[in-house]
Design a binder for this molecule. Structure first.
Ligand code: FES
Length: 418
């Protein structure tokens, strides 16, 4: 990556129209500077109830202050009664945006670069030039491509650079067509609808960390390495790929602080395909492992790390896949397409999405892991074995099903509104 060819964005309005101070959109990414602060939610993700009374002002441990408790009860009652009164008058409070639903806006591709054989990067900025929403290592963007396909790509730039996001895409010849579309149809100046950032692979900044990246899997891992270095963690990075020519961001990996002692670059055509022991052998004792790469690599890493966790040598494993997880505990069943009456068998080892895509390649999907919601279909009849991490109880009760992961009991027939 050439240095110092940055594009400086002027101050302007952000995506919500507010004026913001100038931000920057650097071509090069500095190592480990100016990370945005970590979120303030509890580690378990549970926020304390809004109406919970504070501790006693007298300092009595574990007892709420009586005045504040009564005041809280009064305010809660008032809010409830006001809501009922408004509903009765047909003036219900405006509903806030539903959590979990993507909020789409337009960003423009300000730069496109070849990062390695078969890998391009895109820089995306607000058309106004204003700052973008903050993000943390592990976060991804949803991109709606010109054809309407939706795909997720990890953010791999510098979180402190609020002027642009950077994603990188490897062309997958026999994939669903999304990566080829990025390569062939998205250029500097293309305007894309974008949702996020969202983070399904958060970096928890454990004191000791092993980062493992396979090929394009470097994209979420690179910001984690910068963060680990900036926080002074005991970190190591193993970056594996078929050959150096196919491995994006090698210059940035080599430029990480203490890279000589902390980073191992393993190219198959130089040292052979590494096994799981090669990949995890560099872990500091007690490390948490973060891995992103192709399924065979992740399968080997998972088994090796689990054995090391059992032996007390490693602490945890976090990983992100590129593709759908293998079906586990699957049984054969059928889906019926209500509008045509077509019945499609779903084998025990294939997803409903696979079967629908074989029937109609335009079937929408993105993450293939049950968290983005792109593949949702409406079930008119039949019992669903929900396996996603996204739908609410109400959505499931209404008949929604994420067909990339959810299934049905053996011999069941699901009638889909298709
Ligand atoms: S494709 Fe993302 S939830 Fe199914």
């Amino acid at each position: 990556m050439p240095a110092g060819t940055g594009t400086t964005a002027p101050g302007g309005t952000d995506e919500t129209g507010r004026h913001q101070p100038p931000a920057r959109c650097d071509r090069t990414v500095p190592g480990g500077t100016g990370e945005a602060p970590l979120g303030t939610t509890r580690p378990d993700g549970i926020r304390p109830p809004a109406s919970q009374a504070p501790p006693a002002l007298s300092g009595a441990p574990g007892r709420p202050d009586r005045l504040m408790r009564n005041l809280t009860i009064f305010v809660d009652s008032f809010v409830r009664l006001r809501g009922r009164a408004r509903e009765a008058l047909g003036r219900a409070e405006p509903r806030p945006p539903q959590p979990g639903l993507p909020q789409w806006r337009k960003l423009v591709v300000t730069d496109r670069a070849e990062e390695a054989d078969g890998v391009v990067s895109l820089r995306l900025a607000a058309p106004s030039g204003g700052p973008l929403k903050p993000w943390q290592p592990g976060a991804h963007l949803q991109l709606e491509l010109p054809s309407g396909k939706i795909r997720h790509y990890s953010l791999n730039g510098d979180p402190a650079d609020r002027a642009c996001y950077r994603v990188a895409v490897r062309r997958i010849i026999d994939g669903g067509g999304g990566s080829s579309e990025v390569h062939d149809a998205v250029t500097q100046g293309t305007v894309l609808r974008v949702a996020g950032p969202a983070n399904a692979f958060p970096f928890a900044a454990d004191p000791a960390v092993l980062l493992i990246a396979g090929g394009i899997g470097i994209t979420p891992i690179l910001p984690m390495a910068r963060k680990a270095a900036a926080l002074g963690l005991d970190w190591r990075l193993v970056y594996a790929g078929r050959s150096r020519a196919t491995m994006p961001f090698l210059d940035e990996v080599r430029a990480l602080p203490s890279a000589r002692s902390r980073v191992a670059i393993l190219a198959d055509d130089e040292t052979g395909v590494p096994d799981a022991a090669d990949l995890i052998g560099r872990a500091p004792t007690g490390a948490a492992v973060y891995a992103c790469g192709p399924p065979p690599m992740l399968a080997g890493v998972r088994d090796a790390v689990n054995a090391a966790i059992d032996a007390g040598r490693l602490r945890a494993l976090h990983f992100e896949r590129f593709t759908a997880p293998p079906v586990t505990d699957g049984h054969p069943f059928e889906v019926e397409l209500a509008r045509s009456g077509t019945v499609l068998p779903v084998p025990a080892d294939r997803s409903v999405l696979d079967v629908l895509r074989a029937h109609d390649p335009a079937t929408p999907y993105s993450c293939q892991q049950g968290f983005c919601g792109t593949c949702a279909q409406r079930v008119l009849r039949g019992t669903v074995d929900h396996r996603d991490q996204r739908l609410t109880g109400d959505e499931r009760a209404a008949g929604d099903m994420l067909v990339c992961v959810s299934r049905a009991p053996e011999s069941e027939r699901l009638v889909l509104d298709l």
